[in-house]
Design a protein around this ligand. Structure first.
Ligand code: ASC
Length: 150
């Protein structure tokens, strides 16, 4: 048993010094994770969009709940774009890994916009939700245009 502590320490060090997808067992797991976060984000963003565009009646409570989920989801995908996660079942373009500062700027803008959307939804004011929804949608689109295939 004396050997357990050094082994545990070695494993801990190896984990800390591994590439960014170390939180994930395999690169494919990171791809799945980020896609899952985007899927949940898009579903709830879409529910708000349906209200903002008048396709369904405005429900302030539902909008606020969805906006809070969008805000939370918008924080999650980025750690899953580590080295080695550019392959497999993904539409992520290589530019993500060659323009990391710009990609981070885009993800920061999304997170700021979704925080605004959540704040707007909390007020229960449909016009504020519409404005914040439009602004957030622009930040989605900017990254899709630059960093996502089709
Ligand atoms: C959505 C959704 C996106 C964004 C984007 C905005 O509802 O699923 O990815 O809005 O289309 O331009």
């Amino acid at each position: 048993m004396k050997i357990a502590a050094p082994i545990a320490l070695a494993v801990a060090i190896a984990t800390l010094s591994a590439p960014a997808f170390a939180q994930f067992q395999k690169p494919e797991d990171a791809v799945k994770y980020r896609k899952a976060a985007f899927t949940v984000m898009a579903s709830h963003f879409g529910r708000i969009g349906a209200m903002a565009n008048g396709r369904v009646p405005f429900d302030a409570k539902a909008a606020a709940e969805s906006a809070a989920i969008v805000e939370t989801m918008s924080k999650l995908p980025w750690e899953a774009f580590g080295a080695g996660t550019d392959k497999g079942d993904t539409r992520a373009l290589p530019a993500i890994w060659t323009e990391q500062a710009k990609f981070k700027e885009g993800s920061d803008k999304l997170q700021a916009a979704t925080a605004q959307l959540a704040a707007a939804a909390k007020t229960g004011n449909l016009d504020s939700v519409k404005t914040a929804f439009g602004a957030a949608g622009q930040t989605c689109k900017a990254c899709h245009d630059a960093y996502r295939k089709d």
